[in-house]
Write a protein that binds this ligand. Sequence first.
Ligand code: UDP
Ligand code: MG
Length: 319
Amino acid sequence: MSKISIIVPCYNEEAALPYFFSEIRKAADGMSAAYDLCFEFIFIDDGSKDGTLKLLREVAAEDRRTRYISFSRNFGKEAAMYAGFQHAEGDCAVLMDADLQHPPSMLEEMYLAITEEGCDIAAARRVSRKGEPPVRSFFARCFYRLINKISRAEFVDGASDFRMLSRRAVDALLSVGEYNRFSKGIFGWVGFQTKWIPYENVERVAGESNWSFWKLFLYSLDGIIAFSTAPLAIASVVGVLFCLAAFVWIIVITVKTVVWGDPVAGFPTLACLLLLIGGSIQLSLGVIGQYLAKTYLETKRRPVYIIAETDRERDARAV
Ligand code: UDP
Ligand code: MG
């Protein structure tokens, strides 16, 4: 009998979880009856401040398929996903949000894509950005166009984190042990045959999204820095262009002064040039600083997350 691990990162999902439990159980029971399958549900409580952990404890106590891992603080969804994959014991693992934005009805198609069509990854892809603010859609599109130009990993516009992975794809994912995790890139980087299953965007069932525009913007910068070194190259190219321009200008000024005896152009030109060159030097330094900062964090080799409590540990204590 093969086992499917469902990994669910939860941050303040007290309101949405009851709906999620009932939907996922329905889907899992249906699939268990149709195929030779069993399920495990791994909930990762990412340092929630509401009653999420309490709810998970209760559900785990009554349902043997449910497990939970609770972090010592909020480490972010990336860390929660990584913990989920590390603890998944199934032959396939699925990543799902707790807010039912990822319809459990798609699980069957994903499972068939892996078992019958020979894919290693079956992932949901949003076909439209309906319901999203236009500014956010615009910037999202720009981001995908840019990152695909400057990175070797493939980034698919609309690709969600909702995906099922075969055991070998999970192992490949886990072999990428970096601290600054940008999953959208890591999924593309590990490769494997991927089936994209289209779906319409669904509103979250309860609670609020944790993403503001600013957070998304910073996240996209993280992605660029994690999967491309092009900004560093651009910094040097800009430097070379400035040197060339300066060289030509020196010749022009020298010739003008010697041949025509023109007075040298005055203060405004100098001020503008100083600002321009100073600004570009600052910018390049900033870019280098970003990469240095990431390298610094990576070399510290800090753990990606810290566990405060799991269901297994609690069971052991209760014995
Ligand atoms: N999440 C998490 N840690 C965080 C933020 C979010 O584990 O720091 C979880 C959240 O509980 C949800 C999923 O990640 O299950 C997606 O979050 P959200 O719905 O806020 O993002 P969106 O769907 O708007 O992209
Ligand atoms: Mg959501």
